[in-house]
Ligand binder design. Structure first.
Ligand SMILES: Cc1cc2nc3c(=O)[nH]c(=O)nc-3n(C[C@H](O)[C@H](O)[C@H](O)COP(=O)(O)OP(=O)(O)OC[C@H]3O[C@@H](n4cnc5c(N)ncnc54)[C@H](O)[C@@H]3O)c2cc1C
Ligand SMILES: *[C@@H]1O[C@H](CO)[C@@H](O)[C@H](O)[C@H]1NC(C)=O
Ligand SMILES: *[C@@H]1O[C@H](CO)[C@@H](O)[C@H](O)[C@H]1NC(C)=O
Length: 391
């Protein structure tokens, strides 16, 4: 008999993939339909090195086909829809999907999972004209987008990075090393602008000073307590951007890469399910809460939720809770798990291949440990596990 419980999962990344696999493994009667605009899962954790060093990794190491990872299930239990969700009707329990090719279609669900994540302004290039794909795009074009970004970066002479959180610091380290490795030392300037008085302001101050020292050693100019007030686009005949800093200073750049801020992928989500900032409101059981009080068969997990730690391992933790409670609903059990994000910071920040800093269980790790844990490969060996739902 064909599976009879329809579960639609929106978003095929850390959270959505984990939930889809978990349900398929444990609920024989479930049919999972996964919707995602790209046919591959993107190991974006390695994005700072991928865009700065085109030959460091192969595309097949960081862009992994999603469908192949589901080949082991009954063929009538899994369907992959290459496209994007454009609307949810909670009363009718339907999702409208715009496939990359073909006419829009409507999917009915018994349970819905929202795992559409977040994006950054660099990813769509809205601020600066050049997409730097730190996250998935909304088309099936990741390989060409990444290649274009790599070429653009390789041709830049004056690079300004906005923001000195982990992404900005990792990117600055990789870019500086790439310049050195390509024999262009002295010909390319890299400046990182931090609005706060130290880089990596969320970490202990010894981590901040370690990162700053490593960046300066790699000839990166570090500006602190300088907020980017705006960016002026080049006139038609020039490629020179002006980055305006608060207080009146200006920086010339032929490439400006903003690294701060994440925005929710929520354009298809009804307003009653969103908080003031546009994130999906969830309970500790990862059940989506509607502001009108309706009880819904909808779960959410990962960056899209109103849990504030937007990190991949937190997305997977949330996904495990959502999957357990979803499965309990289907088989008629009680909710069994809750998610508590806690307040301890776990962050490892490579500054190039040779070292880095971070904070793990309250301790700032030695540089050589950061190299061993993350700096060598950016956890690339974990990508197959993530797409197989085993992470
Ligand atoms: C450069 C960079 C480096 C990072 N490094 C780290 C790190 O070292 N460690 C760490 O823990 N975290 C890191 N993060 C954070 C991590 O990337 C996120 O926490 C993680 O990707 C969240 O996973 P997710 O599954 O919730 O959503 P996402 O990864 O954002 O994925 C959402 C998915 O949903 C799809 N989607 C969106 N809209 C729709 C729609 N309408 N219909 C269908 N599908 C849709 C997208 O295409 C995408 O595939 C980093 C982030 C960035 C930007
Ligand atoms: C996420 O949302 C942003 C802003 O609406 C959009 O530009 C981007 O294409 C979306 N990403 C995906 C994968 O749909
Ligand atoms: C998310 O929103 C829900 C509903 O408003 C609320 O109960 C919950 O506490 C919020 N979560 C966080 C982490 O703020």
């Amino acid at each position: 008999m064909a599976p009879s419980i329809n579960i639609v999962v929106i978003g095929g990344s850390f959270a959505g993939l984990h939930i889809a696999h978990s349900v398929l493994r444990d609920v024989p009667d479930a049919k999972v339909t996964l919707v995602n605009p790209s046919h591959t899962f993107y190991w974006n954790i390695a994005a700072p090195r991928i865009v700065a060093k085109p030959t460091a990794f192969r595309p097949d190491q960081y862009l992994l086909p999603i469908k192949d990872a589901f080949a082991g299930y009954r063929s009538d239990a899994f369907e992959f829809v290459l496209g994007a969700a454009t609307a949810i009707e909670t009363a009718a329990k339907t999702v409208t999907v715009k496939p990359n090719a073909g006419e829009p279609k409507t999917l009915s669900y018994d349970y819905l999972v929202i795992a559409s994540g977040s994006t950054t302004s660099a990813t769509d290039g809205s601020l600066t004209g050049t997409p730097i794909p730190f996250k998935q795009s909304n088309h099936d074009d990741m390989e060409s987008l990444i290649q274009a970004a790599q070429e653009h970066i390789a041709g830049a002479k004056q690079i300004v990075i906005g923001g000195a959180g982990p992404i900005g610091v990792e990117l600055a380290g990789e870019l500086a090393e790439a310049v050195e490795q390509s024999g262009n030392a002295g010909k390319v300037s890299i400046t990182i602008v931090s609005g706060t008085e130290r880089v990596l302001p969320m970490l202990k101050s010894s981590a901040s000073s370690a990162a700053r020292k490593m960046l300066e050693h790699k000839k990166v100019k570090v500006l602190t307590s300088k907020r980017v007030a705006g960016v002026e686009t080049p006139a038609d005949d020039s490629t020179s951007w002006t980055v305006n800093l608060e207080g009146g200073d200006k920086l010339e750049a032929d490439l400006y890469i903003p690294t701060t801020g994440v925005t929710p992928n929520n354009t298809f989500i009804p307003a009653q399910l969103l908080d003031r900032d546009g994130w999906v409101t969830v309970s500790k059981e990862m059940r989506v809460q509607s502001s009108d009080g309706t009880k819904l068969p909808i779960f959410a997990a990962g960056d899209i939720t109103n849990n504030s730690m937007r990190l991949s391992f937190k997305a997977v933790e949330q996904a495990a809770v959502a999957a357990a409670n979803l499965k309990a609903d289907i088989v008629g059990g009680a909710s069994i798990k809750t998610y508590e994000q806690g307040d301890s910071i776990m962050m490892v920040v490579p500054v190039g291949e040779s070292g880095g800093t971070g904070q793990v269980f309250g301790i700032v790790p030695f540089s050589f440990m950061v190299k061993m844990i993350k700096g060598k490969h950016y956890f690339l060996d974990k990508a197959p596990g993530a797409v197989a739902g085993k992470a």
